[in-house]
Design a protein around this ligand. Structure first.
Ligand SMILES: [Zn+2]
Length: 266
């Protein structure tokens, strides 16, 4: 579908069909999770996966967006485009980040772009350019390399699930090895405070339940979005505490979002 110019009716139906196909492809996995969740068995399900440990080994410590189409490494929205600059630079330094990536079609960059003055909007032209520029600027300030602009495909968020990660080492390039579908990941462990991380969970839920994601296919009752909390041993990032944070965000989305979780292996 051309980015600019008129959209043909056939493009619209092709896109709608594609979104539906991606949604349906995950139905079996999600249905199993819904049923485990209802029976209170999702925690045990994950904790009994023999290869679970392997998912908590990062291949690199570069920052990427929380987006489901930016696999691997550490995750903050944009990345770090929605927090104030000092907090962003501090996050990159504190976590010993090895680099930073931006990506196409970033909803966090789109929000930040909207907040710019008209002059600045004209200067950057579009959210994509701004997201790229911002990541480069943060790289320079934190003295780490800018790694590039990830081409995020398809042109919509295809996740029915978000991982709220208290360990900071959950690797979303290995989702399939533990039977997980595409997922947003918020590296809660490395956000300076709960509020900043919760704002990013809310952003993921907004994307997923709007036309940027699966929209109305996410329904209360039958096909809710799932926040999967990964608790750590430390009290500050315990399963209970992070479940409370996630539930607080989920509340704003009516019954469309359910929360469950497990404790990461030691
Ligand atoms: Zn993004």
């Amino acid at each position: 579908m051309p980015r600019h110019g008129r959209m043909r009716m056939s493009d619209f139906f092709d896109r709608r069909e594609m979104v539906r196909d991606f949604f349906q492809a995950q139905e079996g996995i999600l249905r199993n999770f819904y049923s485990l969740h209802e029976r209170g068995g999702l925690e045990l399900h994950f904790e009994s996966i023999a290869t679970l440990k392997d998912v908590f080994r990062l291949e690199d410590r570069c920052f990427r967006c929380i987006d489901d189409r930016t696999p691997g490494g550490l995750h903050a929205a944009g990345p770090v485009i929605l927090m104030d600059e000092k907090k962003g630079v501090d996050m990159l330094r504190r976590t010993r980040a090895e680099g930073i990536y931006s990506h196409t079609g970033c909803s966090a960059a789109a929000i930040a772009f909207e907040d710019l003055s008209e002059n600045m909007k004209k200067f950057y032209e579009n959210p994509d350019n701004y997201g790229m520029f911002y990541a480069k600027r943060m790289a320079k300030k934190a003295d780490i390399p800018y790694m590039g602009h990830i081409l995020a495909l398809p042109h919509f968020n295809m996740a029915r699930l978000a991982v709220y990660d208290g360990t900071g080492s959950f690797d979303n390039s290995k989702l399939e090895t533990i039977g997980l579908p595409p997922a947003f990941v918020i590296s809660r462990r490395y956000h300076s405070d709960a509020e900043t991380a919760m704002k990013e969970v809310s952003l993921a839920l907004t994307a997923a339940t709007s036309s940027q994601g699966f929209g109305r296919l996410i329904k209360a009752g039958k096909t809710p979005f799932l926040i999967l909390v990964v608790g750590a041993r430390q009290n500050e990032f315990s399963l209970n505490r992070l479940m409370e944070e996630a539930e607080e965000v989920a509340k704003d989305f009516g019954g469309k979002v359910i929360v469950d979780g497990f404790v990461a292996p030691a």
